[in-house]
Design a protein around this ligand. Sequence first.
Ligand SMILES: Cc1cc2nc3c(=O)[nH]c(=O)nc-3n(C[C@H](O)[C@H](O)[C@H](O)COP(=O)(O)OP(=O)(O)OC[C@H]3O[C@@H](n4cnc5c(N)ncnc54)[C@H](O)[C@@H]3O)c2cc1C
Length: 470
Amino acid sequence: MTDPADTPTTIDGGPREGALIASRRPVSPAAPPTRRWRNWAGNQSCRAQVLRPTGEPELRRIVADAAAAGHAVRAVGTGHSFSDVALSDAVLVDLSELGRILSIDPESSTVVVQAGARLHDVFEALWTRGLAFTNLGDVDVQSIAGATQTGTHGTGRRFGNLSSAIVAMRLIDGTGEVHDIDAVSEPELFAAARVGLGALGVVSTVTLQVSPAFNLHAVHEPRRVDEVLEGFDELVGDHDHFELFWVPGTGWAVTKQHRRNHDRPSPRRTWERLAHDELCDNVLFGLANRVGRSRPRLGGALARKIPSPGRQEYNDRSYRVFASPRRVRFVEMEYAVPIEATVTALQRVRGLVDRLGYPVSFPVEVRTSAADDITLSTASGRDTGWIAVHMYRGVAHEEYFRGVEAIMADLDGRPHWGKLHFRTAADLARSYPGWDDFQELRARLDPHGVFRNAGLDRVLGPIRATARRA
Ligand SMILES: Cc1cc2nc3c(=O)[nH]c(=O)nc-3n(C[C@H](O)[C@H](O)[C@H](O)COP(=O)(O)OP(=O)(O)OC[C@H]3O[C@@H](n4cnc5c(N)ncnc54)[C@H](O)[C@@H]3O)c2cc1C
């Protein structure tokens, strides 16, 4: 199962995701040349030495050397974050060569993987051993460490984000020291490091709790958005995994209901899958957005003319239902609000979109997650509703996203760490009861600021001086 967005093809004539698109002179004769690196969406780039360690000793050496030389180091997964969280102006450690699945234990339903392993590779290997990820987001191409460091999530009120499935991890801190972390050996660090934004160290391996393999019975259908919102609590409560996509400029939403089961699969026929996932969701939608970049109203109208497949119902392996290909490149903001505020949040976003005065071609996505006990997880301590807004890449998005952010901040929203937002440490601190605990750990684990970058300086603030001296 390979998402072609994951393969080295050029989309829209633009650079490849995580692509190294140019090189320039070395920093020093002994050092590898610096290269330009870009994220999947193409909205973030940096110039850095890109190192690809092939083993943990090399990874440790990279961190220790950088600390000694006073260089910054950022680890990078597949560059699927929209924010500047992964950027480095010195050393970028690309974990793609550390992508092996180290062991799978069907008895305890756990899997140990290297940090750079990709979700789809792990899912396929798990399936052959009768196991599956308990939940997943809507794409499966990210690296395990990258996805978990930002708290990547799917939907389902009873199910936590991917980070909450971590039961142990190995982390290399800012001095090169290795920490084997779990809930017993280093509970405070375990609470923080599962969503660490790469600020506490470079993750080397991760042990995940997974589930016995299961299928998902999917019902996808267009419905009146007002009816869906009226029955939102029941829909969320009655389905293992429920999400909705409100189509701006219309009174319609597409709902996706997924029920876990072990019944016989009845997958979509190939032509049905291709017609919907490829032709409508990618080819035609991409075309409408390309037109919309120069002629927004026409693009918006075209996007709404894409034929709806109507009701779809099928039953398939869970990993095939959770994730689908995303070839149309966009930028995204996603906010986590207390679950009780989800409907209010969407209603306010609908009002905002109506007032914007220009069309928004991407649906607004609404999901839910269970609370967890991870210090800076966006679902820390509270069941969560998610509101995600998107814009085609290259189209002005700031007014829209700032408007959405004002709505979400008013509802005590927390921004997804891997997606766009404009918040700073000063006001984010209020949203997280464990904020100071995280900062103290950060000062202890990264006393020289090896893992800092401009993005972390903005969202986490400087590393605390008192602890740095300690
Ligand atoms: C098309 C698309 C669909 C998406 N769908 C969802 C979704 O359904 N749900 C959701 O929640 N999010 C979603 N996202 C966001 C995405 O899951 C997150 O941004 C995720 O962090 C990206 O993983 P990555 O491997 O690309 O990591 P990167 O973006 O490369 O890095 C993310 C962070 O992890 C750190 N990091 C990476 N590797 C390590 C390591 N070994 N040790 C320490 N830190 C490390 C980086 O420094 C950075 O801070 C989506 C993004 C895209 C582009």
